[in-house]
Design a protein around this ligand. Sequence first.
Ligand SMILES: Cc1cc2nc3c(=O)[nH]c(=O)nc-3n(C[C@H](O)[C@H](O)[C@H](O)COP(=O)(O)O)c2cc1C
Length: 198
Amino acid sequence: MRAEFTGEPIDDSTLWRILEAAHCAPSVGNSQPWDFVVVREPVTLREFAAHVAERRLDFARSLPTERAHTFAPVKIEGIEESGTGIVVVHDDSRGGPQVLGRATVPETGLYSTILAIQNLWLAATAEQIGVGWVSFYDEPFLAGLIDLPADIRPVAWLCIGPVTEFQHVPDLERFGWRDRRPLSAAVHRERYTGATGK
Ligand SMILES: Cc1cc2nc3c(=O)[nH]c(=O)nc-3n(C[C@H](O)[C@H](O)[C@H](O)COP(=O)(O)O)c2cc1C
């Protein structure tokens, strides 16, 4: 969701239901390592949007000419249009030093926070509310913008709000940036048989 936000802000009770769904996500050792920072101050949204515009420009400049042309019309955020940003942040120390299930795979903490994002996204979709994930930012900039302590990591800026419609084909496919892989290319039987395509 990037271009379809109506500009009307999401109402508080709908937002709370969606955050409740996010907060019900499964997590390693029930550590619940996420927090949600709801950002609505227009000046903060503007400041973040300006930063994202710079990072978008950097990425555009890094592309070969043909890819740069394909990328040019692609909208990568709806920060101000949505009127609400949810910064999902991750506290890796939540749950103490012995988190059940994290001893062998330390990333399971971060995976848990990402599941909260997926829950949020699905709950929003069920409520006909659009969500877009923005990742064109420098983490220290976003951390500074919302006063995060040094050990708390920003994982996503989610634009959230009512939308005029839901697209059926992903934007990046419609703009010719990248198609979906067929499921048959992603499913392996018994052993990993090597990925097809890049
Ligand atoms: C980790 C992650 C980061 C993403 N970052 C961005 C982003 O910075 N800007 C953007 O427009 N979409 C971003 N997306 C959205 C994907 O590009 C998008 O969900 C996917 O291409 C499907 O397209 P659709 O949202 O149009 O259906 C991100 C998605 C994920 C999962």
